[in-house]
Design a protein around this ligand. Structure first.
Ligand code: AMP
Ligand code: MG
Length: 490
């Protein structure tokens, strides 16, 4: 491909029913600047960075492009927010520019977030802050580094304009987000409510054609779609939980049907392990706490399944039975993956009663001993590979209890090369620590200083190894650095 050419040449969403989107160009901005370009991601896609770094590319991504012929759209969706149904949410500050094609020929959505008001903005200003886009860049790229399916951040831009947040003017930003799809559970809820069976069928056929080819030839393709979506969701949520990630706003409009992490709001990785941990300032009841995420996945999938019922069978009892059966796969898959993942983290492969009891007690022990989740599994991995136990032991509040735990673990762990390799791959040494992310945001917002952002972005690409100069990034927050609440920071 000629490298100075705009690679965003498709718009697959135009084939959906018209109710599902509104064509419109992003808002023009004063003086856009490219704050960061994710060249590693462009490499993954097999694209050169030239066009993106060219003034024309920057203006296109900031909303100042010539969109004639291209078709940016804002997408419509509904959603349950904290359990309450909103019939119309939609992209209130996002524009789907279209799709590029990666080296494999697959379509990749390119969406701007923070690009102006749309018919779905309700009271909102359609903007995002530099802080919010820095946060999403770091966390989405950290997820990718961990091998967890996620939307990505191709670039972040400054708009050169100010945005009002919490009675203060702060710099505005735009995130260039990419992803396999932006169809959400909430998209189906919207299609169901506005168009009924036909709308749902159009969306389901789109998903199958573009993202679930494996069910296309299935005799009962819609129940098969539900099952395939459920399996991907079980895979995703088990992966989140096994690295201590808390999404924070698992509303049905924030659940992507292709099983990628999407809509990073007040999300965070835990420091000290606490099963009921919540960061979000708006999640007062702990609906989206770390240990609730699997249940919420089921709840959201149930809302998805409800929209599909008319496609399952004419008889509603029969349709419900089919849905329940398919959703069962989610429960079984999640439990299996989570349990297996935890065993891998501990390098335990034995299937004895004793091993089961030990594995089941591992996280409660971390909690009662107030141990940092990531440091613990990293230290454990290093001990499994022959390092001294001193550091691992020092993580326990109660040293005696620590001694007992470690010796029991020593007697149960599998020392085979394959178990140790899997253990290393399950236990990152580096996560995007909330206090460091907040510091990077503060530096960027208040001093236009992107040094820590750049450093974190680079280090989080390879979270299973830490270089000597990045050792400090492993450090949990000191008491005064702890971020107790993460605000939506939009
Ligand atoms: P979120 O919590 O980011 O998933 O957003 C929930 C809904 O609010 C979505 O429909 C967003 O498009 C919309 N929204 C969030 N922030 C803004 C904003 N600043 N302006 C307009 N709409 C917004
Ligand atoms: Mg959202």
């Amino acid at each position: 491909m000629a490298s100075f050419e705009n690679p965003i040449k498709h718009q697959v969403y135009l084939s959906l029913p018209e109710d599902m989107y509104s064509p419109l160009a992003p808002r023009r901005v004063e003086s856009p600047s490219l704050l960061a370009l994710n060249k590693a991601l462009l490499d993954e896609y097999g694209l050169s960075s030239n066009w993106f770094e060219d003034a024309k590319g920057i203006h296109f991504l900031a909303g100042n492009g010539d969109y004639d012929g291209e078709s940016p759209v804002a997408m419509a969706y509904a959603g349950h927010q904290f359990g309450h149904y909103s019939p119309l949410l939609g992209d209130g500050r996002a524009h789907m520019l279209g799709q590029l094609q990666n080296a494999d020929g697959a379509f990749i959505d390119v969406q701007l977030k923070g690009s102006g008001r749309t018919p779905y903005s309700r009271g909102g200003d359609g903007r995002a802050t530099v802080g919010a886009v820095v946060r999403e860049y770091l966390i989405s790229e950290a997820m990718a580094g961990l091998g967890i399916p996620t939307t990505r951040t191709l670039a972040i831009l400054g708009t050169g304009e100010s945005v009002m947040r919490d009675y203060q003017m702060v710099p505005g930003g735009i995130q260039v987000r990419t992803g396999t799809s932006h169809i959400r559970v909430g998209s189906f809820q919207y299609a169901y409510a506005t168009m009924g069976k036909d709308g749902v069928q159009a969306l389901a056929d789109h998903l199958i054609e573009h993202h679930f080819a494996e069910v296309a030839s299935h005799e009962d393709k819609y129940p098969a779609l539900l099952e395939a979506v459920a399996v991907r969701q079980a895979q995703l949520i088990s992966k989140w939980m096994l690295v201590g990630f808390i999404h924070g706003v698992m509303n049905t409009d924030n659940m992507s049907l292709v099983g990628e992490t999407i809509d990073f709001g007040p999300c965070a990785f835990m420091d000290e392990f606490k099963a009921k941990k919540v960061f979000s300032s708006i999640d007062r009841d702990g609906r989206y706490a770390w240990d609730q995420q699997a249940n919420i996945g089921y709840w959201n999938l149930s809302r998805f399944a409800e929209t599909l019922l008319p496609l399952f069978a004419d008889d509603s009892d029969e349709a419900v039975k089919i849905a329940e059966d398919k959703l069962q796969t989610y429960i079984v898959t999640f439990q299996e993956l989570f349990q297996k993942g935890l065993m891998t983290k501990l390098a335990i492969t034995a299937n004895s009663k004793e091993a089961d009891a030990f594995v089941n007690q591992a996280l409660p022990t971390l909690e009662s001993e107030r141990i940092d989740f990531t440091l613990f599994f990293d230290a454990l991995t290093r001990v499994a590979n022959g390092e001294e136990e001193t550091e691992l032991l020092s993580l326990f509040d109660n040293q005696e209890k620590g001694q007992v735990w470690i010796s029991e673990w020593n007697s149960l762990k599998d020392d085979s090369e394959s178990a140790l390799k899997a253990m290393r791959e399950a236990n990152p040494a580096l996560i995007a620590r909330n206090h460091q992310v907040e510091k990077a945001i503060e530096d960027a917002m208040e001093r236009n200083d992107f040094a820590l952002f750049q450093r974190l972005a680079e280090a989080l690409k390879t979270p299973y190894t830490v270089s000597e100069e990045n050792r400090d990034l492993q450090t949990p927050p000191a008491p005064e650095e702890r971020v107790l609440r993460t605000f939506c920071g939009t």
